[in-house]
Design a protein around this ligand. Structure first.
Ligand code: ZN
Length: 87
């Protein structure tokens, strides 16, 4: 979904981060990453109108759920590996 720049009204792009090799940190970084306008540059989330911010967070709910699920799976795998190595 495209959002409009609060300054010039052009469609903004979500700045996705792909440098991190860790899937979990990359997912979390993309949840909190900002938006980029081709004319005005980087736009912080707080510069958007409150209703747009709300829509942005709602759109990120699946990402947040995915990050939490991924974190839980990683913790479970680590605990299982530790317990099997100890015995
Ligand atoms: Zn702009």
């Amino acid at each position: 979904m495209a959002y409009k720049c609060p300054d010039c009204g052009r469609p903004v792009e979500h700045q996705l981060i792909s440098e991190s090799h860790n899937l979990l940190t990359r997912t979390i970084a993309n949840i909190f990453s900002g938006y980029h306008c081709p004319r005005c540059g980087k736009i912080p989330l707080r510069d958007f109108p409150p209703d747009v911010q709300k829509a942005m967070w709602l759109a990120k709910v699946p990402l947040i759920v995915g990050a939490v699920a991924l974190f839980v799976v990683i913790v479970i795998i680590k605990v299982l590996l530790r317990s099997s190595a100890g015995s």
